[in-house]
Write a protein that binds this ligand. Sequence first.
Ligand SMILES: Cc1ncc(COP(=O)(O)O)c(C=O)c1O
Length: 364
Amino acid sequence: MAVHNFNAGPAALPASVLAKFRDSLIDTDGTGMSVLEWSHRSPEYDRVRFDAEARLRRLLGLPGDDSWAVLFLQGGASLQFAQIPLNLADSARPGHYLVTGVWAKKALEEAERLQRGRSLWSGKSENFCALPPNGVRFAADGAAYVHLCTNNTIYGTQWAELPDTGAVPLVCDMSSDILSRPRPFEKCSLIYAGAQKNLGPSGLTVVALRRSLLDRQAAGIPAILDYRAHVEADGLYNTPPTGAVYLMGLVLAWIEEEGGLTKVGARNRQKAARLYDTIDRSGFFRGTAARDSRSDMNVTFRLPTEALEKSFLERAEREGMVGLKGHRSVGGIRASLYNAVELVSVEALVSVMHEFASAHGAKF
Ligand SMILES: Cc1ncc(COP(=O)(O)O)c(C=O)c1O
């Protein structure tokens, strides 16, 4: 039976990429060795990382000059929650945080622990179901940066447009929507993402930052956490997650072959719209995110009772659907529709939703 993978992360990877990875695993690129056995200082690995970086720069639309640095790090997005304030803020000039969910809150808490962060806006009183209105200008006096999370994985909300922060650098956690749609990267000064949703496997974190930020960096932080140490060592300060970078390179090549972010973004829109339409027309399912904050990546909804949610999940599981249970902190249902999730999986889910809701009296 086909499995429909709606996991929130680690999540679905393109089947063709996995097949390529399998085929190249034992003897990668004709070297007689696996990529997992290569030295990270070998010309073979140089080719892989430079190719992955070039693809990433193209897809993100970063300028061709040297004004941005791209780093392949470890420690997940969670390590960035600490690394960003350590590098870019201090107690006199803290980072300002838009708290749109638990991940954004964790980022703030980490900065607060270091006395380098404060809240600029919080959606907690509305259970994080809505984002600040589009077009709001967040100019934060005395801020080292404004931090936001572009897609809130748990609540199914996503910034449609990035806000204007004036001269204050905008720092974005893009863990759950990086490369899922075109974004005006020129508005940002630092973006970061754990790879395990749209980029590849877990264990790799991508950070892209304007080199100008390095000039204002704080002194006296551990070298491993210092962006400058990584930039100065040309990405080889310590052993990078070589296998994960290789697999990400295959995913990035796949995105380019699929037609880049415009095409992938349109497909993601179509997949999400199919589910939101089903939810809205059913009178049975209830979307949990405010309409103008809805995410194309994580579609969250409830059924009339928790007992019905349990039996809906069991029904979907029998059809080979995995990962639909909402995050443990909020319950309900969450369908994660990252780049590699195909429309057929969404159609299969829609069909179960129709059947289940109709059996409980809904009329579409
Ligand atoms: C938006 C967002 N930020 C941060 C994280 C934490 O990422 P990690 O587990 O890589 O530290 C997650 C995890 O799901 C996430 O969805």
